[in-house]
Structures are given as structure tokens and as C-alpha cells.
Design a protein around this ligand. Structure first.
Ligand code: ATP
Length: 240
């Protein structure tokens, strides 16, 4: 088991997770979900986290993205010690630094696509009119020009995924994290979404982390981290 996962070439670190530990449950039911797992992800790369069901991928991702507090270890995102931030600063930091795309998109069905995308800007106190204008611009970026007034349930799975991606990047966060982004999509649509992330969304100031079990998209990764039983067990380096 690698004690540390090496950084990608000489690029600056976007995310460093150092010896993370996470337990769930109590007493006899206590489960060690993350067992001293380490990871470094650099700006300018797409890093995949793969592993069998129950290996700890979603838990690891939730800790790295500031959603779930670890029982041990350190996470540095953009140089900031995430879990040492006070609660209010953690929420602000997450809003400004990390875009998260959930597996089932988490779009609000009663809001239009543009309103869904505008939410992070509203949370940052951007006025409603400017937020909607930016949201429509980002819908254009993800290939959904003119869909701002459409409600999410009227869109296909791939289109809903794009709305979720637009919402995750509307406030230009340097770190983009996606949990099983292709799990609910057919093969071609899944590949199109990841190719789109690589071509249009990745840049030298952005890092994209993707949890996946989907072997059809592995060609889009710069590096692949393997997990098993809560541990990081290996790294496929510089695939592109
Ligand atoms: N809220 C929870 N309460 C109790 N145990 C949990 C909880 N969340 C996860 N676990 C356990 O932690 C371990 C890691 O789960 P996790 O969901 O992170 O794995 P995963 O690799 O993402 O799995 P999958 O690919 O099926 O989503 C598993 O043993 C799981 O049962």
C-alpha cells in the first residue's frame, strides 16, 4: 500500500489527503470505512478514483469535499487545511472552491434549469438578474443554449447531468468533484460528458476528481487511484 500518492509531474497540488481515517457506527457495528488513505491531485489533471463497491470511494470523496468530517488525517484543498476551518468558513470555502456533482444530479424539479444553475451565485449574494444571466451563459458552455426556462424533468439524463455540471462550475471553483457521473447514462452519453469535461472544463487552474466504476471512460483520466477496503492500494500514472 503506498503511504503517499505521488503528485502529478511538477504541477501544484490542488488537493492533498493525508492518512484519512473514517469510522461509521458504534460498538460491534463499527466499520472502518477509510483506513489511512492518502491522495494528491494536481491542477490541470483529471484524476479518477476507482474500486469495488464498498471500498470507500464516496466516503473518501465526501471527506475531501468538506461534506463529511474525518476521524483522523488532514485534507488540504488549494493549500487550506479544510477540516481545521471553523464551520462558517468551511461553508464559504466550499462554495468558493469546490464544485460537486452528485450521482443523481440533485436538481430541484420545481426550479427551471437556469434557476438551478444560479443557486451558487444566489448563495454568494449575486443579484437575481445577474445570476440568471450567468446561469444561462454557463448552460450555453455545457451545450444547453436556450434551455434555461426548461424544467429539469423535461430534459434527458445526459442533459440533466450537464445542468448539474453547469451549476457546479457557475462560480468558477478551481476544484470540480463528480461522484459516479456516468452511472445513470448510456455508454455514448457518458463518454460524451467526460470528453466534454476534458475538452471544455479542464484547464491548468482547475482539477477534476471523478469517482467511477465505469471502465468505458478510463481513457479520459490522467491518473487513476485504486481503492480497496478503505485503503488506497495503487496508482496508474500519467495515462495521457
Ligand atoms: N452512513 C453510513 N453508515 C454506516 N456505514 C456506512 C455509511 N456510509 C458508508 N458506510 C460503509 O462504509 C464503507 C464504504 O462505503 P462507500 O459508500 O464509501 O463505498 P463506495 O466504494 O463508494 O461504494 P459504492 O461504489 O457502492 O458507492 C462500506 O462498508 C459502507 O457500508
Amino acid at each position: 500500500m503506498p503511504d503517499k500518492v505521488e503528485s502529478f509531474a511538477t504541477r501544484p497540488d490542488a488537493v492533498v489527503a493525508d492518512r484519512l481515517v473514517k469510522y461509521f457506527g458504534q460498538g460491534n457495528a463499527r466499520v472502518l470505512a477509510i483506513d489511512h488513505a492518502c491522495l494528491s491531485a494536481a491542477f490541470g489533471e483529471i484524476l479518477f478514483i476507482v474500486g469495488p463497491s464498498g471500498s470507500g470511494k464516496t466516503t473518501f470523496l465526501s471527506i475531501i469535499s468538506g461534506i463529511l468530517r474525518p476521524d483522523g488525517g488532514v485534507v488540504r484543498v488549494n493549500g487550506v487545511d479544510l477540516w481545521n476551518l471553523p464551520e462558517d468558513q468551511l461553508a464559504d470555502f466550499r462554495l468558493n472552491t469546490i464544485g460537486f456533482v452528485f450521482q443523481d444530479y440533485h436538481l430541484f424539479p420545481r426550479l427551471t434549469s437556469a434557476e438551478n444553475v444560479a443557486i451558487p451565485l444566489i448563495l454568494k449574494n449575486v443579484d437575481w438578474k445577474s445570476a440568471l444571466a450567468s446561469a444561462n451563459m454557463f448552460l450555453d458552455v455545457v451545450g444547453l443554449k436556450g434551455c434555461g426556462d426548461v424544467f429539469p424533468l423535461k430534459l434527458s439524463g445526459g442533459e440533466q447531468q450537464r445542468v448539474a455540471i453547469a451549476r457546479a462550475i457557475v462560480s468558477s471553483p478551481p476544484i470540480l468533484i463528480l461522484d459516479e457521473p456516468t452511472a445513470s447514462l448510456d455508454g455514448d452519453t457518458g463518454r460524451m460528458i467526460i470528453a466534454f469535461l476534458r475538452e471544455k472544463i479542464l484547464n491548468p487552474r482547475r482539477c477534476i476528481l471523478i469517482v467511477t466504476h465505469d471502465p468505458r471512460i478510463s481513457e479520459f483520466a490522467d491518473r487513476i487511484v485504486h481503492m480497496a477496503d478503505g485503503k488506497v492500494t495503487g496508482l496508474d500514472k500519467e495515462l495521457r
